[in-house]
Design a protein around this ligand. Structure first.
Ligand code: PDD
Length: 281
């Protein structure tokens, strides 16, 4: 395997960054995960748009032009022979003597890109069975709209899910509304087949998969409601599912040890999963 690290393509085992990189010391960085499907970077432009936004919200300089960055992403995918998988990119505020405030202007941002194949068969088998989620209290900072590498609450929630035999943890805010998963957006389908997901204006990351699924659902004639939903409503829903570049549309069949409907993947989630790539760019 090959990784890109600050201007060089290196064997994966030698792909290291400096101990004073601010990504390492402060989690002072942002990232993107983009699906590679049939050799194509799914919704690349939207991922790069969101990267630009995350960088500008944190006032981290852009490491290189979009054209150059796109070339690096494609090159890492090519050098790793990835046809179906994921490409990961991370930009940090760079290497500087440890000090919380920003380093001197002109400090080069750090850029790392890796790619790996995904287990398509395993993912499809999982989607055919559906996954379990647990719910945990929301304890993240309010700027979850920024795709930052500061992910400790997400790490702890995901581990808690894993230890409970679940695949994902849904954060629940003080009013009982689900915000999103530790690494996915959360959705339900009501008994009258309305698709519900939280508005991206507060409490969640505006997932690229979420945006595409909203467009797909509308094109397929479903009614979509962007509104918060509670854990209680999710427990009584006809279907539930999660979305992310890593899972695309993944049916949820259990929430906190209670089955969703009959405990099998729903028809809406399954239809959205099947047709997803026809709507992505
Ligand atoms: N996670 N919400 C959170 C908190 C996320 O971390 C992610 C993605 C999403 C879905 O976004 P998208 O559809 O653009 O992948 C929502 C990535 C995949 C990760 O951390 O691995």
């Amino acid at each position: 395997r090959i990784a890109y690290v600050n201007g060089r393509y290196l064997p994966h085992r030698d792909a290291t960054v400096h101990v004073e990189d601010r990504g390492y010391q402060f989690a002072d960085g942002v990232y993107e995960v983009c699906e590679v499907w049939a050799g194509h970077l799914v919704d690349e432009a939207r991922h790069l748009d969101r990267l630009d936004r995350s960088l500008s919200e944190l006032r981290i300089p852009t490491p290189m032009t979009r054209k150059a960055l796109s070339a690096v992403l494609h090159e890492v995918v090519r050098r790793n022979g990835v046809k179906d998988g994921l490409v990961y990119l991370q930009v940090t505020r760079g290497v500087a003597r440890r000090d919380h405030a920003f380093p001197a202007p002109g400090t080069m941002p750090g850029l790392v890109v890796t790619a790996r194949r995904s287990d398509r068969g395993g993912q499809e088998a999982l989607a055919a069975r559906g996954v379990s989620v647990i719910t945990v209290p929301e304890n993240r900072w309010p700027r979850v709209d920024i795709k930052s590498t500061s992910l400790l609450p997400n790490v702890l929630a995901k581990q808690q899910a894993k230890e409970a035999g679940a695949r994902e943890a849904w954060f629940v805010d003080q009013d009982g509304f689900v915000t999103e998963g530790a690494s996915t957006n959360a959705w339900i389908v009501t008994a009258d087949r309305r698709i519900v997901t939280r508005p991206a204006e507060s409490g969640i990351l505006r997932g690229i998969t979420r945006t595409v699924v909203l467009e797909e659902a509308a094109a397929l004639g479903y009614t979509v409601e962007e509104r918060p939903f509670t854990v209680d409503e999710a427990h009584g829903a006809a279907e539930a599912f999660i979305t992310a570049a890593t899972t695309v549309v993944m049916p949820v069949v259990r929430i906190d040890d209670r089955p969703v409907a009959n405990g099998a993947p729903g028809t809406v989630a399954t239809a959205l999963r099947l047709k997803f790539h026809a709507f992505s760019a």
